[in-house]
Design a protein around this ligand. Structure first.
Ligand SMILES: C[S@@+](CC[C@H](N)C(=O)[O-])C[C@H]1O[C@@H](n2cnc3c(N)ncnc32)[C@H](O)[C@@H]1O
Length: 314
């Protein structure tokens, strides 16, 4: 583990240090969703893959875990025809001004039917696609014409500025009752589930929120997020040192491997429709792993990130 991250984690036990969190939490507080092009790329990638996997590509209600510094991915969902967006965060960082700015840029991107920003622009963003052309087979002319109607866009903009209407943003959220049961068609997240402390309750909540036939679409990043030099170095860290690194940060990494997510999906009645691991060579030898990781499978050890889509019938 990098010493500065251990030192910062320990410092968070001191009163006042948390107030400086966003400036002093290197490697964790990334502001990707400040970029409209990033949000556009992420939304369209989830949508294109949903289409390939025979899932609903026109979800009426969508929910996102961990939107980050703007609600841009959810705004892209609203612009392309969804009528309700729930954004659930643990730290409130998405301000109205930023959301309006990202929204205006997104409208321009969709109006131009811009191609999906590809790996040359966002090399680390998953899922990967075979083709980054604007997905006219999913967002056809009629759908886009209706979606980009001026009064519809005005309603989305009003919802951003008033904090109501088509948008419900909860930060922090803790309980499943923030969203009505069986009311959501699609739940997605981008690089969030590796941070969630209570994975079991979160998967349970997702199962409750989905309408029958609804689905989840998640990218989970298992890398160390810069906490160690090696991508998998955080797995060499003992539970004791890990507690110091975590300190009183609002979140860090739960270190759950892919198989734990797959087990939870199964436990909560999800059927996997796509499971796409992105592999990297493990750098920590089996004997150097912290005791809790020594039983990890080779597949888990090599899995640097995964894209999962899973549906739920009942
Ligand atoms: C790496 S950032 C990803 C943000 C954004 N999705 C993106 O693509 O850039 C992880 C986000 O997860 C949020 N987060 C952590 N724990 C969470 C939880 N239990 N529920 C919702 N969001 C959470 C953090 O506040 C942070 O905004």
């Amino acid at each position: 583990m990098r010493i500065r991250h251990i030192a910062y984690g320990m410092a968070t036990f001191l009163p006042g240090v948390q107030a400086l969190r966003s400036r002093l939490q290197p490697g964790v507080m990334k502001e990707h969703t400040d970029s409209a092009r990033y949000c556009y790329s992420v939304w369209l990638r989830h949508l294109v893959r949903a289409s390939e996997n025979g899932l609903n590509v026109w979800p009426e209600a969508v929910a996102e875990l961990g939107p980050g510094s703007s609600l841009g991915v959810g705004l892209a969902a609203l612009i392309t025809g969804s009528s309700r967006y729930y954004g659930l965060e643990i730290v409130d960082r998405a301000g109205v001004e930023k959301n309006v700015e990202v929204f205006d840029e997104l409208v321009e991107l969709f109006t131009r039917r811009e191609d999906i920003p590809a790996p040359d622009e966002f090399p680390r963003v998953k899922p990967m696609l075979e083709n980054y052309d604007f997905p006219a087979h999913v967002l056809d002319g009629d759908r886009m014409l209706a979606a980009l109607d001026g009064s519809r866009l005005e309603s989305i903009r009003d919802s951003i500025t008033t904090g109501g209407g088509m948008i419900e943003y909860r930060a922090p959220w803790h309980e499943a009752d923030v969203i009505e049961k069986r009311s959501v068609d699609m739940i997605y997240s981008q690089a969030v589930l590796e941070h969630v402390d209570d994975l079991s309750s979160t998967y349970r909540a997702m199962a409750l929120w989905l309408k029958p036939g609804g689905y989840v679409s998640h990218v989970i990043d298992f890398k160390s997020h810069g906490l160690s030099a090696a991508w998998d170095g955080h797995r060499a860290c003992s539970d004791f040192v890990w507690r110091l690194v975590r300190g009183r940060r609002p979140y860090l990494l739960n270190r759950a491997p892919m198989s734990e997510h797959l087990d939870m999906l199964e436990l909560h009645g999800f059927e996997a429709r796509c499971r796409e691991p992105y592999e990297s060579e493990p750098t920590v030898s089996a004997e150097k792993l912290a005791p809790r990781f020594r039983g990890m499978t080779e597949e888990d050890r090599a899995c640097a990130s995964v894209f999962i889509q899973a549906s739920r019938d009942g």
